[in-house]
Ligand binder design. Structure first.
Ligand code: PMP
Ligand code: GLU
Length: 405
């Protein structure tokens, strides 16, 4: 007979020690309030509000109609990996071969594959803060130790090569960052990346994982990748995907471009975990990458206009310190001047978590606390939404904050 004593049943330490994704949690809370009839404006989830362009959807439909419904090679359709190789040559001036590309179920899975492939227990990964929420947890899940390089609004949320160097030890396996950055929107300049690449010449055991998923949403300059500098390509893994550039978040398609030994290791892991990405989605991704990039450029232009709008609106709120993001679609204001203030119901705003929850309850605007991104003085707002909603949310936020005393 099966033992029905519940005390013998338990979850793994891995899951018990893991934090729920803060971005997805806030989005869920917003969704639940909406379902109860509350007029919530969701600025928590970072995903383009645009629909996937029609020609990409047509390519998926055609693949389905043609019966393209079977498993693909674990590392992705050759046709797609060749399209990615063409993209890297065309846009980044980088030469890869298809066996250096691994297509996954979203860039999030690419991060997981990489950490699982590279980290032994106790290995260290340097992550400049603020960092994307999932980096920290995935490193922990795969036995690694996240080592944080801190920055703040005064230095545009960018840490320097010197700061990173000071954290390098014999256990450092890689540095992991996104540029353009989620959550700050900051973009490493050519010179800043070059300084990191130059510094790393003295540390041959350190790899770089460069998450470039927001590469097309860059308002300042053209996109630079550290992979193209100082013989870095052999020790850099580029992460990218379809979610942001082509408004394809729900399709779950990401990829890496990596040295062959790392690509092979990620493929081995993926072969045991997911068997690879969806077949007809991959066909559509070929179309997305090879077709005219006008829709991507137009979406980026819309994000640029919205960035200017949201900066202008938030700057009018007395105690907010507003950054000037150069890319992605997030703004990351420092809200610490509100800490210690009291809401009408008597509760005290102690930190960014409290402020974010206060804004959800009082202004019906969902944001994400910076704490989950490694900066507890800020909150993140995604401005991937309509200008009308941005105006309305800024006025609600202003009103709610003015009620704190
Ligand atoms: N990296 C960064 C920096 C992101 O913001 C996201 C979006 N969630 C991802 C990776 C993962 O993207 P996806 O899994 O949708 O490809
Ligand atoms: N990139 C988005 C965000 O940071 C999607 C949610 C997620 O995957 O965490 O909000």
């Amino acid at each position: 007979m099966m033992n029905s004593d519940m005390s013998t049943l338990s979850l793994s330490r891995l899951v018990l020690e893991m934090q729920e994704s803060a971005t997805l949690k806030m989005a869920k809370m917003a969704r639940e309030l909406k379902a109860k009839g509350q007029d919530v404006i969701d600025l928590s989830l970072g995903e383009p509000d645009f629909d996937t362009p029609a020609h990409i959807k047509e390519a998926a439909k055609k693949a389905l109609d043609e019966g393209f419904t079977k498993y693909t090679p674990v590392n992705g359709l050759l046709e797609l990996r060749e399209a990615i190789v063409r993209k890297l040559a065309r846009e980044n001036d980088l030469q890869y071969t298809p066996n250096q590309i691994v297509v996954s179920n979203g860039a999030k899975q690419s991060v997981y594959n990489l950490c699982a492939a590279l980290l032994d227990p106790g290995d260290e990964v340097i992550i400049p803060a603020p960092y994307w929420v999932s980096y920290y947890e995935i490193i922990k899940m795969t036995g690694g130790v996240p080592i944080i390089a801190y920055s703040n609004i005064e230095n545009d949320f960018k840490c320097t090569a010197d700061q990173i160097e000071a954290l390098i030890t014999d256990r450092t396996k890689f540095i992991l960052y996104s540029s353009p950055c989620n959550p700050s929107g900051s973009v490493f300049s050519y010179d800043e990346l070059k300084a990191i690449a130059t510094m790393l010449q003295s540390y041959e055991h350190v790899l770089v994982v460069s998450d470039e998923i927001y590469e097309h949403i860059n308002f300042a300059d053209r996109h630079y990748t550290i992979a193209s500098m100082d013989n870095m390509q052999d020790r850099t893994v580029i992460i990218n995907g379809m979610s942001k550039a082509y408004a394809m978040t729900g399709w779950r398609l990401g990829y890496i471009a990596a040295p062959t030994w790392i690509a092979e290791a990620c493929t081995k892991i993926q072969g045991q975990v997911t068997s690879g990405a969806t077949s007809f989605g991959q066909k559509a991704a070929v179309t997305a990458l090879d077709a005219d990039q006008k829709p991507t450029i137009e979406m980026a232009e819309a994000f640029h206009r919205r960035r200017d709008l949201i900066i202008g609106l938030l700057e009018q709120i007395p105690l907010l310190l507003v950054n000037r993001p150069q890319g992605a679609f997030y703004i990351f204001p420092d809200v610490s001047a509100y800490f210690g203030k009291t809401a009408k119901n008597g509760s005290v705003i102690k930190d960014a978590d409290d402020l974010s929850l206060y804004l959800l309850a009082e202004a019906l605007v969902s944001t994400v606390s910076g704490a989950a991104f490694g900066n507890d003085r800020c909150i993140r707002l995604s401005y991937a939404t309509s200008e009308a909603k941005l105006k309305e949310s800024a006025s609600r936020i202003e009103k709610a904050l003015s009620q704190l005393s």
